[in-house]
Design a protein around this ligand. Sequence first.
Ligand code: SF4
Length: 409
Amino acid sequence: MSPPIGVTAAKEDARPEDTLGVYVHFPYCLKKCPYCDFLSLPSERRDIPHAAYADAVIAELSQRTAGLESLPLRSVFFGGGTPSLWAAEELGRVLDAILARFPNRTSALEISAECNPSSFDERVARGLREAGINRVSLGVQALNPGRLQFLGRLHDPEEALQALAVARAAGFARVSADLIFGVAGESAEEAAHEAEAVADTGVTHLSAYALTIEPGTQFGELARRGRLPLLGEDQVAESFARVESSLEARGFTHYEVSNYAKAGAEARHNLGYWRGEPYLGLGAGAWGTIPVADRRLRYRNTPSAERYLQWPAAQSGLDLTAEGPFVAVVEPLAPDTLLSEGLMLGLRLAEGVDWQHAEARTGARMWNPSRERARAKWASRGALLEEGARLRIEKTHWLLADGIIADFM
Ligand code: SF4
């Protein structure tokens, strides 16, 4: 394990807290996966309102950015849903509008699109490249036909590997793949072999998530009725450890609990979330956290794609800092909430979190009796390390991260 990392990508840029990420949510997928709790609507490609959705996002962009233009743009992330289903010229039109709005950019602007192997071929890859995307993240999830079927995916292992090869051949220097481990019937050895096979395709980044069962999903419902086969916690932990050692042996750094990168290939957009930087969320159901006056404001757009498509082209009295027909949630963030969230996300990083910096950024006080107790408890077990003001979870305790972090909340 290298020293605290995740800093490579941002080193040459402005101070992290002064940069902005833009997230664009594209809410359509060919089919709903049974474990997924993201906002995604099953739709055939031909039925998606490609141009109308782009128009709505561009209208929102023009109305949301007042006061943000001076922030250097660090990253743009098209997530979903399945952005590789979006007509590339429409996605490109949105990207052009974002770039025109933010002429001030960091030196290594990352522009990512999430793609699914079932909707990613040479034509789509070329279209995304031409639109300005410089990083793709492919939802591989597994390389075993039975597990892919169990996860409700539309692709098979060959198509997943083919999509990764297409991404490389199309000239994307930065390619990421998502994998899910901890699925019933999968041994730790199999999980590690899948990670190795994906790593060997030349990807520069890999996200490996343990399968989580979310309420409100098809899997959540099956689990509630005791009808979903699940892997035991010990086996999941073994898979986590085996995946880690396989990827580290291949030159990947484990820089966040679920994320691995070759040197300099950390996901800059996600690092922004984990480091508590502001981000502008655009699109149906998108969340954003932006500075407004001297505070941070969190908001969520309407999760109804139908409603979102009616976003008015002209602002016409729309107050986006209050809940209304197009904005489902608005929440000014109190200093202590900001600091708690900074801890919650920062402690998932190998680099950890600098509490003095967090205090200065949020205006909240870090230490109170409850956090002092958490600090003493986990430090005495060797799980919490302190270097100056930097706190981090010792890597062999990462599987306990959620519990440790909960103690600090
Ligand atoms: S493809 Fe992704 S976003 Fe769409 S339903 Fe499946 S997991 Fe959810």
